[in-house]
Design a protein around this ligand. Structure first.
Ligand SMILES: *Cc1c(COP(=O)(O)O)cnc(C)c1O
Length: 416
């Protein structure tokens, strides 16, 4: 029988890992967390080799999943890939929104809510867990605001691994429940995600687990990188003028920036880059504060508060990678209020029939704000990332009732 997952058999091209801060070299194919400087490690490839192997013709024959880019991904042995069907996610154009904003270039949502476990965390975690499996790890732990934990729980079961997950106590219940149902051990903790991260760090000794926190292992970013590979391919090997990305730990933004550089190196795109816009919630905006202050590192945001849980990250270990990418791309960082997030979500659901998650809606709120202050022009093509299915979040109540035993007031129905 053919492989129903359509994962290509191919060579892999990883040469080594590199500290994202100091640039020093580390061995691949062995368990690694942070560099000696305590910074994230990035995966490096033999890009000349990839260039020969991963051509447009080769891609044309492959299944529409993130594994089509296998030469640019780290897993060496196919049997270690713990896939649940990581499809290429659709680009959904927003004609009504373009019209109401007077935009003369497309506004497009990349809808990541279609992925397994309902969020783009699937891309990062399928890679981290597959690599953990490849390296013989049996027990992993992570702090999460919800979606990452759900993805890790699911992929760990596929990989036959044990998962220990710690989330802030006010994490949406649906996430905590799905984590538990998917076979992980989960605790709610009276603190923020970085407080949960400390527990994971402290447990390494007594529990012997591997820390899969955002950017504390090298491979989640490689999974998230596929958003950039996929986007460029879907746009006919072009990049948009602007990408608006809801930024928490920043893996996706950093990953896409890496993807564009790798795609240029293998000759699939040119030197044009999108302006990368890091979108945060006004109640937790450490990157925006650092960007505006001209700093390369961000200080912790105290008393973080927002309905967009996925971006409620007070402190990010990859802060300098996020800020470097935003600056190099001539983009910016921008914060939006929760009320603007809610009205953005309502507008796109009502006018386009597309239900975004709050974090995804934040990118549209940021678009509107940046159009108003002139930082985005009407003629710039924009891609908004919807990072999770809107169905995982609380929605406004629907309260109309109809008594079928009474005469129906059609005029009232027409007026509703
Ligand atoms: C994790 C998450 C984010 C932030 O993504 P990063 O790449 O970690 O910055 C945004 N939205 C949702 C729904 C998430 O789950």
């Amino acid at each position: 029988m053919i492989d129903p997952h359509g994962i290509p058999e191919t060579e892999t091209f990883v040469t080594h890992l590199e500290c994202g801060y100091e640039g020093d070299r580390y061995e691949a194919d062995t368990i690694q967390n942070l560099s000696k400087a305590g910074k994230p490690l990035l995966v490096r490839y033999d890009l000349e080799g990839v260039k020969k192997a991963l051509t447009k013709d080769v891609l044309a024959s492959r299944a529409a999943t993130m594994w089509r880019y296998r030469e640019l991904l780290p897993v060496r042995r196919k049997e270690n890939i713990t896939t649940l069907g990581e499809i290429m996610t659709p680009l959904v154009r927003l004609p009504a929104v373009e019209k109401s904003n007077g935009a003369s270039a497309p506004i497009i949502v990349k809808d990541e809510g279609r992925l397994p476990t309902g969020s783009f965390k699937a891309r990062g975690l399928v890679m981290a867990v597959s690599m953990a499996k490849e390296l013989g790890i049996k027990r992993v732990a992570m702090p999460t605001n919800g979606n990452a934990g759900a993805a890790m729980a699911a992929y760990c079961r596929r990989g036959g691994m044990e998962a220990y997950i710690f989330c802030p106590e006010d994490t949406p219940d649906i996430n905590v429940r799905e984590i538990q149902l998917q076979g992980a051990k989960v605790w709610k903790v009276n603190g923020y995600i970085d407080d949960c991260g400390k527990i994971v760090g402290e447990g390494k000794g007594p529990m012997g687990w591997f820390d899969t926190s955002t950017l504390k292992e090298p491979y989640r970013i490689e999974g998230k990188k596929t958003m950039g590979l996929e986007l460029a391919e879907q746009l006919g090997w072009q990049v948009p003028d602007v990408i608006l990305y809801p930024t928490g730990g920043g893996t996706g933004l950093i990953g896409m920036w890496k993807a564009f550089n790798e795609l240029e190196a293998i000759g699939l795109i040119g030197s044009k880059r999108p302006r990368m816009v890091a979108v945060q919630a006004a109640g937790c905006a450490p990157m925006v504060r650092a960007f505006e202050a001209g700093e390369r590192h961000a200080t912790r945001w105290e008393n973080a508060k927002t309905i967009a849980y996925g971006v409620r990250v007070p402190q990010a270990i990859g802060d300098f990678l996020i800020l470097d990418a935003v600056r190099e791309s001539k983009g910016f960082a921008i914060a939006v209020e929760d009320e603007a997030i809610q009205s953005a979500q309502e507008e796109i659901a009502r006018d386009e029939g597309l239900l975004l998650c709050p974090e995804g809606a934040a990118t549209y709120a940021a678009y509107r704000k940046a159009r108003a202050d002139g930082r985005i022009r009407a003629d710039e093509s924009c891609v908004l990332f919807n990072c999770a299915t809107g169905l995982k979040y609380e929605m406004p109540a629907a309260t109309r009732m109809l008594d079928r035993h009474k005469p129906i007031d059609w005029a009232a129905i027409a007026a509703a």
